[in-house]
Structure formats: C-alpha cells, structure tokens
Design a protein around this ligand. Sequence first.
Ligand SMILES: CC(C)(COP(=O)(O)OP(=O)(O)OC[C@H]1O[C@@H](n2cnc3c(N)ncnc32)[C@H](O)[C@@H]1OP(=O)(O)O)[C@@H](O)C(=O)NCCC(=O)NCCS
Length: 211
Amino acid sequence: MRKIGIFGASGMAREAGDIAWALGFEPLYIAGNKAEQRAWSYPGTVILEENVEQFSTLPFVIGIGENSIRRKVAERFSSHLQFTNLIHPSATFGRDQRERLERCQGLIIAAGVRLTSSIEVGNFAILNQNVTVAHDCVVEDYVHIAPGANVSGNVRLREGCWVGAGAVINQGGSDKKLTVNNWALVGSGAVVVRDCEPNVVYAGVPAKRIK
Ligand SMILES: CC(C)(COP(=O)(O)OP(=O)(O)OC[C@H]1O[C@@H](n2cnc3c(N)ncnc32)[C@H](O)[C@@H]1OP(=O)(O)O)[C@@H](O)C(=O)NCCC(=O)NCCS
C-alpha cells in the first residue's frame, strides 16, 4: 500500500489519516515530540518529526487544525518535502473546480464538502466535513473552514482566517467580495453579514466583534 506522511498527532491528524485510508494510502503520522508520540492511541505508525527526512520520498500533508502552527510546519518543510492534497472521495465539485484544486498543495478536503464553480483556493487550507463554498469565492492559504460552515458566493477568506463550525458567511457582490480578513476568527454558528477585520474574533447572529 502507498504511504503518506501526515504531520500532527491530534484529532485533526487522525481525521486526515482517515481520508488517506479512504484514498488507499497508509498514513504515517508525525509527532512533534516524544510526549505526543507516547500519547498516540489510534491504528497507525507514529514517527518523530526529527526523523522525517528518512521518509522524504513520500507525499505529505499537515493534519494540524490550528492555522498558525500549520503555517510554521509548512514554512519549515516546504523546500524539501513534497506536499500533496488530500481530497475525500465523497467531496463534490463544479465543472472546472477539481482541476483548479489540483494546482494547490497541502489542501485537506474532508467528507461531504461541496465546492461549486470558479473558486480560487490557496495552499494548506482545510475544508472540514460538510462545508460548502459557493461560486466566485477566494479561499487563501492556511484558512480553516470548520465542519458544516456555509460560505456564500463572492466571499474572500484571507490568509489564516478561521470560520467556525456551522457558521454562515453571507454573499458578497461581484464588484466587491465580502471579506473575512487575515487571521480573523469567526465563532461557531455565527452569521457574518459584513467584512471582518484582521486578527479579530467575531461571534453571534449577526456576527459582532467579541475580542
Ligand atoms: C468564538 C470563539 C473563538 C470564542 O472563544 P474564546 O475567545 O475562548 O471566548 P470565550 O469562550 O471566553 O467566550 C467569550 C464570550 O463569547 C461568547 N461566545 C463564545 N463563543 C460563541 C459563539 N460561537 N457564539 C456566540 N457567543 C459565543 C461566550 O458565551 C462569552 O460570552 P460572555 O462573555 O457573555 O460570557 C469560540 O467560542 C468558537 O466559537 N470557536 C470556534 C469553534 C469551532 O468552530 N470548532 C470547530 C473545531 S474543528
């Protein structure tokens, strides 16, 4: 069986590993330290990050949900490891969308995701279970869209932002996309009706700044 390296030893790594199994890969998990390695209690082999170079011919993904940590790992290893995309077979796409995604690296697209058409997606984004993203959206690098969130058409999710579980992002306009700015955090269940500032936490219906 083909192997794939998955950085991380937490819940997101196990979920990424399950997608890998569904695609016919055997996951090799990569723990950041010995404590994480010891705490592992799931089927599959776990190696230490310091030994990852021994497996440098494998494809890799980063199964770490926290966007800033995923970025650190990507920046450390991108120059010498080959990052691939992990797309669950049950994800479905508009006509040209699958080809667009193949140009990315390090994407994780979980079961039940639906992307319609003309959506630009960056590298190392995570689209978690049952997320929908509609036409003409832009999802930049290191974005995480948590389970069940719905992103309407003409929305821009800037680098590193987090869209919480079950949140809704209302549509933008074809002349001006509704924008969730860099590293903003949208809480679970929020309904975003206007632009979100960078590095700010939003929650509620309609979403308001809480931090
Ligand atoms: C919004 C969020 C980031 C805030 O987390 P936090 O900074 O730790 O904030 P706190 O838990 O201290 O809550 C601060 C206030 O916001 C409220 N609040 C927290 N999350 C909220 C949410 N999703 N919707 C509405 N209000 C929320 C709290 O009740 C609290 O209100 P209070 O001050 O009146 O008591 C977090 O609750 C959240 O929703 N995270 C996303 C979770 C998610 O999507 N998980 C998916 C995993 S894959």
